[in-house]
Design a protein around this ligand. Structure first.
Ligand SMILES: [Zn+2]
Length: 296
């Protein structure tokens, strides 16, 4: 019993550490990089956020937490791009991309219906004040698609299926051949799977790869000097999920239990990737459960 308690405590603190590592310190410096005319990425630590600038205002894809960092994000958009923020599109309900929403409390905040449900539940469980809840919640939701017409640009905000969470959004700008993928895309990192659906994630990324775009903006990872190389990066990110799926399927075919699959499956080729040591077992477990139909 004592051993079980120690093991559980260790697991809980490892998980807490992981969640903490997921958020930037308040003094993290934010930098702005142009990817294409009118398209930018804001970088804070290991987090990326997108900005689409039009003649009638800017659209931000994901606020980076904490609030102080998101405030810097907004100041940088005002000083460097010279546009007011009109919309904030949020993909992930997790704190690392929703706590910064507070700094955008006065703009139109968009997310999927499922994002709204999951964010509300997260804040309820975290005993977040009603004032903060109001500042973080979306003001507009959609199910499959919402189109924003702004400054001559047509922005498609899309839900293409489950992946990193059950309610991820992407923002696709067909005329500029660019798509902002948030945490559906971990560039040269191992995917964070704690609330993920690996099998469906593979399908969702398949739909994204079919989009007529040259640049895919990831939430994590350093975007190559030539941003068009992200099409290959995205293919590799999907391939990593396929590798986990195939390995789990093989274990299931041999009659392995979930624990046996976790023990048997290793990917030496991914060991150097950020997130692998923390996420490999979680990815195997969730995909095992997804295949078996027991994932809640
Ligand atoms: Zn997330």
């Amino acid at each position: 019993m004592r051993n079980i308690t120690i093991a559980l405590t260790a697991a809980a603190s490892a998980f807490a550490g992981l969640l903490q590592a997921q958020m930037n310190p308040p003094d993290t410096k934010v930098t702005l990089r142009q990817l294409a005319p009118g398209h930018y990425v804001l970088i804070a630590g290991r987090f990326n956020s997108g900005v689409i600038a039009t003649s009638e205002g800017a659209v931000v894809v994901d606020a980076i937490a904490p609030e102080e960092v998101a405030r810097q994000q907004r100041e940088l958009i005002a000083s460097e791009i010279g546009q007011p923020v009109k919309y904030l599109v949020s993909s992930t309900f997790h704190d690392n991309y929703s706590k910064g929403n507070i700094a955008f409390h006065d703009v139109i905040k968009v997310g999927t219906e499922r994002y709204r449900t999951d964010l509300r539940e997260l804040m309820r469980r975290g005993n977040v004040s009603s004032e903060e809840q109001k500042a973080r919640m979306p003001t507009q939701t959609f199910r499959d698609k919402m189109t924003v017409y702004l400054g001559g640009k047509e922005l498609e905000i899309l839900y293409l299926g489950r992946g990193h969470t059950a309610g991820d959004s992407i923002v696709y700008v067909p005329q500029d051949r660019i798509a902002y993928l948030s945490e559906l895309y971990f560039h040269e990192e191992f995917p964070f799977m704690a609330d993920g659906y690996g099998i469906q994630w593979i399908e969702t990324l398949g739909k994204i790869e079919a989009l007529e775009a040259d640049i895919f903006v990831p939430a994590h990872g350093i975007i190559p000097a030539n941003p068009r190389e992200t099409r290959d990066g995205l293919r590799r990110a999907r391939q990593r999920l396929i590798a986990v799926r195939d390995a789990v399927q093989q274990q299931i075919a041999r009659g392995a239990t979930e624990d046996q699959a976790v023990a048997a499956i290793q990917f030496p080729e991914y060991e150097g990737l950020r997130g692998y040591p923390q996420q490999k077992d979680i990815a195997v477990r969730r995909i095992y459960q997804e295949i078996k139909g027991t994932l809640r």
